[in-house]
Design a protein around this ligand. Structure first.
Ligand code: AP5
Length: 222
């Protein structure tokens, strides 16, 4: 009998490597990657009223109001691919009210990954980050440089990727992280996110493999 698809959350300070790890996890496990920040940036790009309101908050490094974020994430989680393949929720929940909303809708994660990275590393990661608008891939000028000149020439930067803005995002993160963590204590795995991206992934991979094995073990033999 087929194991239930896994449901995973990944959290961590700005630029702790959530998006980078999600790409590696998705490649191996084929979960549907749902990033709250990406959903919001798509809304900003579409020029909707919600997008305009979201951008105001994002520029100040503050949380976008629940009435915008919660429904956006819920709708994405309910799409058939998320239900079939399992999901990897990135950057949500960021407050206890967001966690409670998810619970009320019946979404129960199997694993909560927290990436731990010292603050002094985060600024360096943010200011060097670049994005490929064609493939969506995340680069870093120093730690993960583009493979070709052609890619290098088309890289873009996020509007909130300045030293000043990341410090604001960090304040918001530090204010909220404990409340969220306390709701998932029994399923949390803390990962050292300061290592190379391959070594960070190795820690996550081992937690996911253990979980998968557990799910496939017939109940009687536990
Ligand atoms: P969001 O887009 O989620 O931004 P964030 O939390 O600040 O996180 P980042 O995307 O900046 O970083 P990341 O952890 O994904 O790191 P990455 O892998 O890119 O949110 C943006 C805004 O949207 C928020 O401020 C808020 O306003 C709003 N928002 C989002 N979710 C919300 C919610 N639930 N509720 C309300 N509002 C919400 O890596 C960073 C860089 O480091 C890259 O250049 C990468 O190449 C490099 N790197 C990664 N790993 C390593 C490594 N191991 N070693 C060396 N370099 C590395």
């Amino acid at each position: 009998n087929k194991a239930e698809p896994l449901k995973v959350m990944i959290s961590g300070a700005p630029a702790s490597g959530k998006g980078t790890q999600c790409e590696l996890i998705r490649r191996k496990y084929d979960f549907v990657h749902i990033a709250a920040g990406d959903l919001l940036r798509a809304e900003v790009a579409a020029g909707t009223e919600n997008g305009r309101r979201a951008k105001e908050c994002m520029e100040k490094g503050q949380l976008v109001p629940d009435e915008i974020v919660v429904m956006m994430v819920k709708e994405r989680l309910l799409l058939p691919d998320s239900q079939e393949k399992g999901w990897l929720l990135d950057g949500y929940p960021r407050s206890s009210s967001q966690a409670n909303a998810l619970k009320e809708f019946g979404f129960q994660p199997d694993l909560f990954i927290l990436l731990e990275v010292p603050e002094e590393i985060l600024v360096d990661r943010v200011v060097g980050r670049r994005l490929d608008p064609v493939t969506g891939k995340i680069y870093h000028l120093k730690y993960s440089p583009p493979e070709t000149q052609q890619i290098a020439a088309r890289l873009t930067q996020r509007f909130d990727d300045t030293e000043e803005k990341v410090k604001l995002r960090l304040l918001t993160h530090n204010k909220n992280v404990e409340a969220v963590l306390s709701m998932y204590e029994d399923i949390t795995v803390k990962v050292d996110g300061s290592l190379s991206k391959e070594d960070v992934f190795a820690q996550i991979d081992s937690a996911l493999r253990a979980l998968r094995k557990q799910g496939q073990t017939p109940l009687g033999s536990l």
